[in-house]
Ligand binder design. Sequence first.
Ligand code: URA
Length: 411
Amino acid sequence: MAHHEQSKATFPEHIRKKRNGEQLSAGEIRDFVQGVKDKTIQESQIGAMLMAIWLKGMVAEETLALTKEMMMSGEVMSWPAEWEGLMVDKHSTGGVGDKISLVLAPALAACGCKVPMISGRGLAHTGGTLDKLESIPGFNVYQSVQQLHRILEEVGCCIVGQTDNLVPADKVMYALRDVTSTVDSLPLITGSIISKKGAESLSALVLDVKFGNAALYKDLDSAKSLAQSMVTVGNSLGIRTGAVLSRMNCPIGRCVGNTLEVMESLECLKGRGPDDILELVTSLGGLLLWMIGRAGSLDEGKKVISTTLQNGAALEKFQNMMIGQGVANQIAASLCSTNADYYSILRRAHYQTELETQGHGTVLDIDGMVIAQVLHRLGAGRSKAGDPVNHSVGAELLVSLGQKVEKALLN
Ligand code: URA
């Protein structure tokens, strides 16, 4: 990238300005992000600026400038002209049992979209799409840009990890936010998420912003502000951006944990998924199809997505995506067969326990947060970056909301 004119002020002056609650100019924000990327400003200074942003916030103009500069800190993907208008993606702020991407990406590909989905790993108590996919033997989430093009050409969707050259400024800032208690800042979250989506050069993006006790943002109002901020910046970058606010108290679907969630996703792709997953997949996918003009209304879009789950078209895309990302043909075919014996391929947990109720009554709530925390401690998640996860740790809910239960009579 060409060298830019640095603003005259020194970096401590930029920090002071933000610390005092003043608005930073686009040039000052550029200095900051360039300095982060080129490592010409010290970590202590980055930390101080992050904290100043956390404390004083940013106006929409600053957030947009931050996001743009972050996006331009690395490679911005480019796609063939004939894919214009077809590039779509979804981002979720994270939940428990949130396996929507595994079903939605192939469903959208089956509708003719191109989905270069760049996903993450588990964060705090929430699961990560990459961890889930890695419970499939041979699945490689790291693909070169050339491979990514090839898979999009041949299949239409892929789900991959961030490459070194995609938004490198975010890598540095995210790691420092983690150790300076500055993760939960609206402009910093917006910059981090939307810069990565901007670098995918999308036509349309849908955001699934969770709220509730098992979400990262608990109350509806803060989820709404986050959605609004991301939608505004996404649209200003030229990506048609929409958001759905969805409740995150009970786990999504009936399975939580990497391997179990892959199995449940395959069941959805075979048209046998639970209603709540179906509702989210069709709503998010239907909205995207409507936004890019492939459906005349949200309802029509939902129906089109639903059809791809019922007629096997999405399943076929998932099978080909697995093969494209390194899974052996035979394994992919077995997993996708109608009566698949999943445990002949995926790892079953060593120990299994069925938890029985100690009384009788009606199920009024299922605390997704508690389930996630227990599974995390059993090894389903990691306590620091780079730790391995145990893919076979998981829980399957045997009851649903509203169900009556009673203590089993033994003997
Ligand atoms: N996911 C990201 O990529 N960045 C954030 O800041 C939060 C969630």
